[in-house]
Design a protein around this ligand. Sequence first.
Ligand code: DQA
Length: 148
Amino acid sequence: MPGKILVLNGPNLNLLGSREPEVYGHETLDDIDQSLRRRAGELGVTVDCRQSNSEGELVGWIQQARGEADAIIINPAGYSHTSVAILDALRAVELPVYEVHLSNIHQREAFRHHSYISAAARGVICGLGSDGYLFALEAAAKQHDQRG
Ligand code: DQA
């Protein structure tokens, strides 16, 4: 069975392309989703890419992923640094979680250095721009393959 990977993006990532391009790059979220879909096709997995500015909606999508998705790739954006609720939801669904940040959060303001989400993540990729999502996808697909 092909793996199904849920890709979640948190608040303000809908503004990628115009939002602080010196930090987040010039690609839009649509560009990133398209590259993910292309690479997913090559890897033989499917991706379901969603974005929300609402913590509750993200929690709802994570809960629904139980029994439906094989892995979650998430850029929780600002909620990384505040959301125990997203951490709890990710723990509850017991799926492999790959956390992605476009920027290197450790080189930025001190309040960005800690992510609540990392405690539930199999792996964390930060600072590699949109390639981070593709590397997370490779890891998720490889892991799904190994489990058969
Ligand atoms: C981000 C980093 C966060 O600190 C920030 O709040 C974001 C984006 C990143 O992708 O680099 O919105 O998650």
